[in-house]
Design a protein around this ligand. Sequence first.
Ligand SMILES: O=c1[nH]cnc2cc3nc(NCc4cccs4)[nH]c3cc12
Ligand SMILES: [Zn+2]
Length: 370
Amino acid sequence: MFSFDIEYKDSETSARAGRIKTPHGEIETPIFMPVGTVGSVKALSPEDLNNAGAQIILGNTYHLYLRPGTEVLKHFGGLAAFSSWNKPTLTDSGGFQVFSLAELNKITEDGVSFKSHLDGSSLYLNPEKSIEIQEAIGSDIIMSFDECIPYPATYEYVKNSVDRTARWALRGKNAKKRDEQALFGIVQGGIYEDMRKRSAEQLTSIGFDGYSIGGLSVGEEISTMYEICGYTASLLPQDKPRYLMGVGTPEDILTCIGLGVDMFDCVMPTRNARNGTLFTSSGKFSIKRADLAFSDEKIDENCSCYTCRNFSRGYLRHLYKAGEILALRLNSIHNISFYLSIVKNSRNAVKEGKFKSFQQEMLYRLKNNN
Ligand SMILES: O=c1[nH]cnc2cc3nc(NCc4cccs4)[nH]c3cc12
Ligand SMILES: [Zn+2]
């Protein structure tokens, strides 16, 4: 079954340290979830993820529905068994990916019809179908089918979309059959605080196991994202997990933990790794830099990941320049380890009552790009 307990609360910020219990294991929050869109976190094996300290990974309903499809996933007993990942998984509900990836045909009250970005075939998703697919995937935490309101959007559009997202969320909850899976509602409302309040009230009155803050990290000003995130988090029940979707940079995560967010996911660490951008506690840098050719330094002195324990910047630069596949894996191991260390160290700082100073120190160090 699913449970969430808050173990420590920070006194100077809204940060909290907690524990989520799921059928596939426990998750210590704040947590970062590596993105495994089509059933693998790109370039990383389950062993690499476990060694890096990953506790839960994310999959996408839209992508898994298109390929390999629910029949294959059911045949293998769900995504975790299929991919030999033995810890918790969370899935996004598909709405966001339809809007951001597929050629969208039509949104109606019932759902959305679209063309697959893979082969152009006509497909359909609605709340009931999204829940059905997530039940076949067998993820421990599933998302309500929502509309991630595009940015910018008019007040009128936001109001209508927020209300439809709430109707969709209720339909999804009513369609759900497997009670060992936890269902989160996704709060929308664009950048309008009264719409955020409306959406939060609609969803909390329906009642969910946790709440996602949606509709952010879609191109809005970062200051707006922080403001809306903080305001929305303050509207949500204290005793349920809060998940900020698609966020973000190391700075964003440190800031939003302070605003009361417990869960994060972002493609940045893995995508940037594959482009040669590496994150460190004193900012990020490109492994392609010519001045690194003879560098026998690690990526990050403070990192204990497999890559930092065994390889120099010079070697990693050589691998990347040579187009070696190993570069993708070693860079990804480091970036994922770095992101996981941010949330782990944040959790420890909350436990010790030192989060504010930890956060400020990290934000300062992350600025001075090495
Ligand atoms: O409202 C949402 N609903 C359901 N899934 C989401 C995922 C999201 N991911 C981002 N940002 C990260 C991005 C990933 C790809 C393009 S932007 N923002 C997001 C918002 C939502
Ligand atoms: Zn490292």
